[in-house]
Design a protein around this ligand. Sequence first.
Ligand SMILES: Cc1cc2nc3c(=O)[nH]c(=O)nc-3n(C[C@H](O)[C@H](O)[C@H](O)COP(=O)(O)OP(=O)(O)OC[C@H]3O[C@@H](n4cnc5c(N)ncnc54)[C@H](O)[C@@H]3O)c2cc1C
Length: 506
Amino acid sequence: MSTPSKKALVIGAGFAGLSVATFLAKKGWSVTIIEKHNLPGGRARKFEAQGFTFDMGPSWYWMPDVFERYFAAFGKKVSDFYQLKRLDPSYRVYFDQTHWDMPANYTELAALLESVEPGAAKALDQFMEEAKYKYDIGVGKLVHQPGISLKEFIDIDLIKGVFKLDVFQSMKKHVARFFKHPYIQTLMEFPVLFLGALPQNTPALYSLMNYADIKGGTWYPEFGMYSIVQAMYDTAIAQGVQFYFNEEALQIEVVNGIAKSCLTKSSVTGEQKHYEFDVIIGAGDYHHIETKLLTSKYQSYTTSYWETRTMAPSSILYYVGLNKKLTGVTHHSLFFDTDFGLHGKEIYTEPSWPTKPLFYASVPSVTDPTVAPIGSENLFLLIPVAAGLEGDTEEVREKYFQELIARLEQRWGQSIADHIVYKRSYAVSDFISDYHSFKGNAYGLANTLLQTAILKPSCKSKKVNNLYYTGQLTVPGPGVPPSLISGEVVAELIDKKYINLQPTHV
Ligand SMILES: Cc1cc2nc3c(=O)[nH]c(=O)nc-3n(C[C@H](O)[C@H](O)[C@H](O)COP(=O)(O)OP(=O)(O)OC[C@H]3O[C@@H](n4cnc5c(N)ncnc54)[C@H](O)[C@@H]3O)c2cc1C
């Protein structure tokens, strides 16, 4: 007779939920995932409309090594699931008067920088050497720590290199030390925006993101970002993970500091169920699980703790279908053609709807003909806005949409408005209703100095012995690669702790 497995229940089938589930299943656990939507992927879900296929959230595939490492843990390669194409140019940046295409080739990039700032090519070499060190230590070691205790960081390499990691210097100052030209500074500061805070509030440790950008490259998985979700879902099924979709976790019942069961409700039938388990993992938004599924006695953090966190921004998104091909556009375009200082202030220090927003445009159909009907273009637009903004109305969304389309027509020199055949907007209130997102954050908790490693919401509950958390509000932080790592780290932590557990629920 085979030994019964220990049981884990995972709330949420985003990247982190899929990751923790697959790793625990591989370690022999019996794993069940409850997901409120009808498909896995969370913020990276997709939808189809009028022949267009839209990735709903992430569109930048960076750090291919992290994905390779994930699938290798299950004896697979990325290419067993999807093919990757390196984009060249990696992306285009629009400044006030001009634009730059970021060459994938390092020598060409160095020449571009040198052309506007003599000495910048040499400075780039030095900058990248430091960034590589941080990437090797940061992604190789630091992000794999659960952030439970300072002892995790007592490592001879870390201690020797502590100053080289630049934890206490801001990214803004760090970049300014190497480059003077404002366009180069913008370019070098951009990658840390993925981590949810401004360069002046992000430790220069995260210049590891420049290494990811410039050396690691910008890639596109065939058929879109959802290919990653599909591949992880297939991996989970192969590992025996059980999924229940359209089912929302409503309550975690705790007795004497031990979570005993989870109450769920089906959005299709209204049926309620109780799941029992040895360990439960919250892979939905941390704040929601803490404050809505647990009674206050078992919450690790107070209301004022949450209110004082720096959340990553929310976003206004537009999924647009055009009935013509655009000319001369790139897959990714960043519009840094307005005042970044003002927009940054309107996101972080004086939260308000942006006066003249910076924005991002993606046209994946430039690379992938399968995401739009023949002769059509798939356009995704994103404006970062402050988390927690009130007044997310149709009028507000429409105002910004008209503004963005006008700016695109002007910068791209072609008509767009007359060719829109499909449009859907998605903003703060959708993040809240779809994901129970705290203040409508789009990508979690920002990676500021005071919200790094052990200073993040802990991946292990402080009050409930067998409750863990994974995903973009805990270690290591926002983004697809960190979410994959988060699941792995938490699975490791759980499995170590419960190594000798005799299953109680069989
Ligand atoms: C617009 C946008 C653009 C982005 N761009 C990029 C990018 O280009 N590159 C990149 O690397 N990262 C990007 N990110 C960040 C990245 O997508 C996220 O960090 C990552 O997907 C978070 O994964 P997660 O598993 O932590 O959370 P989620 O994806 O939010 O998954 C949580 C899941 O839990 C479910 N859930 C919540 N509560 C419950 C409940 N009570 N019961 C049952 N289920 C529940 C939710 O439905 C969801 O499926 C972007 C994010 C957004 C929103």
